[in-house]
Design a protein around this ligand. Structure first.
Ligand code: DGJ
Length: 549
């Protein structure tokens, strides 16, 4: 039996999802933001290069691995110090080399602009910027003491960054616009103030004593009922003022200092983005270092593009199309969900390259409507993490047309355990079908010979990832892909009639969307017709036909 996965015509909703309206590469389909390349929506099965592997010669040894793992995109830095070694003299060989190689391997590129800030610091600023502290002042911490972070309050720093980024976008346009190898650009990297909530330089102090900019006030008023809860509470509790200093409008305290700093970081990054977009309007975003439990602003990079500061960033930086999380914590779903904000396109530029990344990718694409997913340090991934990511990306590649066409209709969902210690079953309702998903995270006897987990790891009590994506084709037919889960079907609300398995078939989609049969599953493999079971330790795709009795 064949199932053709023709991409149904996508009804593009009017307006935008809070994305800049003039960006031709992002579309909003029923509230789901999609990346459009060469006129078609696509999902980025990506990986991010480690910080010092973004030059063509270093990357050369990794492209084959990327292809083997079924990546279709790399996320990789462009270093300011490399492209502009002396002021105004640009060297594009590193950029062109990456683009050329990506084309050879039929991959897309997301460039990371390591400009003024990379993980708060300014280590990628060229030497001529670093050394001229008079022209390019630094942020300060209490003391006062300068740190190696360019000041967000310096017009000269901004101008130098804008100039370089503008040149970069102009060059990418000239070199690549006809081929669209480069599909998005990240502006700066994990911006945030360290050691303290906000810059303590005299310029920053003066701005802090000044009025809250009207543009922020206007935005607070316009978004009053949908503001991030903490921001809304601070504003309302302090009298919902429409003018005044930062402390008058938001009250005293470190939360206010963080809001203030977020505005000025975002203003700067947004101006850099706008300058680049004026040359070449690719989708642009910035990424956040997240908050360690219990950490205060300054202990974590304060004032970055975090969920509680979402409205501040969007108001100050309209040229940034969306904000993204770098998820290194084990409560992946909490952070992925925190960026499912109406109007924010979902993309995970960085995450841990652990075995669990393989199922987290399903959660991102299937549950969060992500445009892309990208484990960090992809050039160093190995062992089980590499094997499983490759299998997961193979599955996503097969399902891509269905994910893209059916997510906006509400026919796609995914689930993974909520954290390493949590195995509670998850419930999914799609149309007239309810699914109860349980996870098999301990190593089953069928893997006793160490198919994916060595005997040593098993004895040490190692667990394996579990999770699935489900796609409803109709109330009679559903696709379940992933591994290590058992799915029990019923009608929503447990109503009669009961839902039975008419047939369960394992297979795969070929490149043209045809279903290739592998085996009918029954007996032990469906718990005698009672459940769909995706084996632990390897990814499987099953087409399930249902009946009622
Ligand atoms: C997050 C940063 O954005 C990356 O560039 C890298 O430094 C990773 N942390 C891990 O080291």
């Amino acid at each position: 039996m064949k199932l053709i996965l023709a991409l149904t015509a996508l009804a593009v909703a009017a307006g935008c999802v809070g994305l800049s309206a003039d960006i031709p590469h992002l579309q909003n389909v029923e509230g789901v933001a999609q990346l459009v390349v060469d006129g078609r929506p696509m999902l980025l099965r990506a990986g991010e290069l480690d910080n010092s592997s973004g030059e063509p010669e270093v990357m050369a040894k990794s492209w084959k691995d990327f292809a083997e793992m079924n990546l279709n995109a790399v996320v990789t830095p462009v270093y300011w110090e490399v492209i502009e070694p002396s002021e105004g003299a640009f060297d594009w060989s590193s950029v062109d080399g990456v683009i050329d190689a990506a084309r050879e391997y039929n991959m897309r590129v997301v460039f990371l602009w390591f400009g003024s800030w990379k993980n708060s610091m300014s280590c990628y600023a060229p030497g001529w910027v670093k050394a001229d502290t008079k022209r390019f002042p630094r942020a300060m911490v209490p003391g006062p003491r300068p740190i190696e972070m360019l000041s967000a309050f310096s017009g000269e720093c901004l101008k130098a960054d804008e100039t370089a980024f503008t040149a970069l976008m102009r060059h990418i346009k000239e070199y690549d616009a006809d081929k669209s190898t480069v599909v998005m650009v990240q502006v700066e990297n994990e911006v945030g103030m360290v050691e303290t909530e906000r810059d303590r330089s005299p310029e920053a102090d003066a701005a802090f004593a000044g009025p809250v900019p009207q543009a922020l006030i206007d935005s607070l008023k316009a978004r009053r009922d949908s503001l991030a809860p903490k921001l809304r509470a601070r504003w309302l509790e302090n009298g919902e003022k429409t003018s005044g200093t930062w402390e008058e409008v938001f009250g005293k305290g470190s939360a206010t200092e963080e809001i203030f700093m977020a505005w000025y970081f975002a203003l700067y990054a947004g101006k850099v983005a706008a300058a680049g977009k004026a040359e070449y309007a690719l989708p642009m975003y910035t990424n956040a270092a997240l908050i360690r439990p219990g950490a205060e602003p300054g202990q974590y990079p304060s004032a970055g593009p975090l969920p509680h500061l979402y409205d501040v960033w969007r108001a100050a930086a309209p040229a940034l199309d969306f904000l993204s999380p770098d998820i290194y914590f084990t409560n992946f779903t909490d952070w992925a969900d925190a960026y499912r904000i109406p109007g924010n396109a979902h993309f995970i530029p960085e995450t841990l390259r652990s075995p669990v990344a393989s199922v987290n990718a399903l959660y991102a694409f299937g549950q969060c409507g992500s445009m892309g997913f990208s484990p960090y340090g992809i050039n160093f991934i190995s062992g089980q993490a590499r094997e499983l990511l490759g299998q997961s990306y193979d599955l996503v590649r097969q399902l891509e047309p269905l994910i893209l066409s059916r997510t906006p209709k509400g026919d796609v969902a995914a689930c993974v355990p909520l954290g390493p210690e949590q195995r509670a079953p998850r419930r999914i309702d799609l149309g007239g079908i309810r699914m109860l998903v349980t996870f098999q995270t301990v190593i089953p006897p069928s893997l006793a010979d160490g198919v994916v987990v060595s005997g040593e790891a098993r004895n040490a009590g190692a667990t394996i990832p579990a999770g699935c994506i489900v796609i409803r084709l109709s109330d009679e037919e559903i696709l379940v892909g992933g591994m290590g889960v058992t799915v029990l079907f019923s009608a929503p609300g447990g109503r009669a009639p009961a839902v039975g398995l008419k047939s369960v078939e394992e297979g795969r989609f070929d490149g043209a969307g045809n279903w290739i049969h592998h085996a009918f599953l029954n007996g032990d493999q469906t718990n005698q017709g009672r459940q769909v079971m995706l084996p632990a330790g390897r990814f499987s795709l099953q087409k399930v036909s249902l009946y009622r009795y």
